[in-house]
Write a protein that binds this ligand. Structure first.
Ligand SMILES: [Zn+2]
Length: 147
């Protein structure tokens, strides 16, 4: 830092000043110092720019981009959609089979309930993933324009 600065407060006060999180007294102290210290004004300006850049970056990359495996073209998009439908049908069929088997099987009621609970959980998670995926597909053109 500039040693001629004469700043008598911690750098964290500058951060707080940016956030508007200071007490009235502290804020006044920072503002007064900023008025006659170009070095600290520049520092605050840099902090503000860094912060805005960080926020912009965060906005541009929504968290579900980690999931992103969007198809590149219309044909692959169609087969991807069909794949999900088939997968969903397969999962539903498999669940039906297992449930039917369990229901008529020799297991005790407790075992059946435990198995049903687990299956329902898996089915719900799977369903939510599929729904999310369909939503992503639907908003796809918009997102591509945004990038
Ligand atoms: Zn200063």
């Amino acid at each position: 830092m500039n040693e001629h600065c004469g700043r008598n407060f911690d750098e964290s006060l500058l951060t707080g000043y940016l956030d508007g999180a200071l007490t009235q007294g502290d804020e006044q102290r920072v503002r007064l110092h900023l008025e006659d210290c170009a070095g600290c004004r520049r520092l605050v300006e840099e902090m503000r720019e860094t912060r805005e850049a960080t926020m912009t970056t965060r906005f541009a990359t929504p968290p579900d981009d980690q999931w992103d495996e969007r198809p590149r073209g219309a044909v692959s998009g169609l087969s991807r959609g069909l794949g999900w439908v088939l997968l969903l049908a397969w999962a539903a069929g498999l669940t039906g089979l297992v449930v039917g088997h369990l229901w008529t099987g020799p297991e005790s009621l407790t075992e059946k309930l435990i198995a049903f609970g687990g299956l329902s959980g898996v089915a719900l998670v799977f369903l939510s993933v599929v729904i999310d995926r369909l939503k992503t597909l639907r908003t796809d053109p918009y997102r591509r324009v945004q990038k």
